[in-house]
Design a protein around this ligand. Structure first.
Ligand SMILES: Cc1cc2nc3c(=O)[nH]c(=O)nc-3n(C[C@H](O)[C@H](O)[C@H](O)COP(=O)(O)OP(=O)(O)OC[C@H]3O[C@@H](n4cnc5c(N)ncnc54)[C@H](O)[C@@H]3O)c2cc1C
Length: 398
């Protein structure tokens, strides 16, 4: 292999470049990123960077000299956006019109924030995916400003917490019964709801926005399903992210709204691998298709995909991990729970807001979540790496 093209200059793409070099690959690597910025970290965009406690210079994933040591042809900006893939001809087309030939390709284009039809046209509506999005959102927040967050997932709830810290009045609208319900289920979602209520967030759950109107003073009035009105100076739509696969349409690869399909080694087709938010791979004992949108996954998959491209045969078999910082509480999740998994507190207590809860399905441990109990949670990590009876997780804390 002599010419690798990595499409997507985020964490997964960067880790793929590093993984290639670490394994002794000395050929050319072109890293393409459509944003102007060199690879940077997204988690602080809803937390410390949005709060103003971490500067843009601290978001870079690597220092200039570290990037230079990788000897990359790093191409950034809109003209470096990949627009199509000729898989049979082994070449990628760029927005500039140039075609880049490859003998190895890493698909690491991540995902983009979903928008909600009907809200897009409002003057005060934001999404949050990029550094530029975070800068734009930050200008609208401050003491007394009214923020409406549409969607109670991780990004929405983190922004709600940060905005409260900046003195804003915050309302969150979420169609399910609790925030974070889709990812953590109702028990932990309820704990998140209590945490935000204690900090003065108005939570409107089990309802949606029926109508949103731009007022002459620049604010927005949203009418909820139950008829209540919410006035806001700033609206954040945080309803999840969609994988960036449009450039792969017509390539013959298996792509769709749930990402680009790869095998257990993260191979999409011979000489083509995928990593990070964009990759859909067989996960767990049942090999169920999964697309994991967490930072640790992007790092681990980027490295693993590099190994596969160089002939590695190991399957990617992670214990998925995600964390979220809200106020002074660290929420951590190991594994991938399903909405109908059983879920019980095994350590700490819901009342204190410090607990570990274990998830199970068919008598097997599937995941565990902690609120402010990191050490206790990590006791379950090794149990999640291999099939473990649910009872064993409960006994570990008896
Ligand atoms: C606000 C926010 C907070 C988060 N907080 C956490 C957290 O607390 N914990 C956690 O575990 N995870 C968190 N995440 C998720 C985590 O950041 C992502 O899982 C991770 O960034 C995924 O990395 P990636 O490299 O796969 O994709 P990305 O980071 O999306 O990078 C992909 C890059 O590819 C570029 N690109 C896309 N299409 C093209 C194209 N056609 N040509 C060239 N370039 C292209 C994109 O512009 C982007 O720069 C957060 C995400 C956000 C947005």
């Amino acid at each position: 292999m002599e010419q690798v093209v990595v499409v997507g200059a985020g964490l997964a793409g960067l880790r793929a470049c590093e993984g290639l070099r670490a394994r002794g690959y000395v050929g050319a690597i072109t890293l393409l990123g459509e944003e102007e910025h060199a690879p940077y970290d997204r988690p602080p965009l809803s937390k410390q960077f949005l709060a103003g406690t971490l500067g843009a210079d601290r978001l870079s994933l690597r220092r200039d000299e570290q990037l230079a040591a990788l000897d990359l042809d790093l191409r950034l900006g809109s003209s470096s956006r990949a627009t199509s893939l000729d898989a049979a001809g082994r070449r990628v087309e760029l927005a500039s019109g140039e075609w880049l030939a490859f003998d190895g390709l890493v698909v690491a284009t991540g995902s983009r924030a979903r928008v909600l039809p009907g809200l897009e046209a409002l003057p005060t509506v934001h999404v949050l995916r990029t550094l530029d999005d975070s800068v734009a959102l930050r200008t609208g927040l401050g003491p007394g400003r009214r923020l409406l967050v549409v969607g109670g997932g991780f990004v929405g709830m983190e922004v709600a917490a940060t905005a409260r810290g900046l003195g804003a009045e915050v309302t969150v609208v979420e169609p399910l019964e609790t925030p974070l319900e889709r990812v953590l289920g109702r028990l932990a979602g309820g704990a998140c709801a209590r945490l935000h209520a204690e900090h003065g967030v108005r939570l409107e759950t089990g309802t949606t926005i029926e109508e949103a109107v731009a007022e002459p003073d620049g604010s927005t009035t949203a009418v909820l399903g139950r008829g209540e009105a919410v006035s806001a100076d700033v609206v954040l739509v945080a309803v999840g992210a969609a994988p960036n696969v449009s450039w792969l349409e017509g390539s013959g690869l298996e792509v769709g709204p749930s990402g680009v399909a790869c095998d257990a080694r993260l191979q999409v087709a011979p000489g083509i691998v995928a990593a990070g938010d964009v990759a859909r791979f067989p996960f767990g004992p049942a090999g169920s298709p999964a697309r994991i949108e967490h930072r640790t996954n992007a790092a681990e998959q980027g490295d693993h995909a590099a190994g596969t491209l160089l002939g590695g045969t190991e399957p990617f078999a992670p214990v998925p991990y995600v964390w979220s910082d809200q106020y002074d509480v660290k929420i951590q999740l190991l594994g991938l729970p399903e909405p109908d998994d059983v879920c019980e507190v095994v350590d700490g207590s819901l009342r204190d807001g410090r607990f570990v809860a274990a998830y199970g399905r068919d008598g097997r441990l599937t995941a565990a979540v902690a609120f402010e109990m990191p050490r206790s949670l990590m006791r379950l990590r090794s149990m999640l790496a291999t099939p473990t009876p649910y009872e064993e997780a409960r006994r570990a804390f008896a």
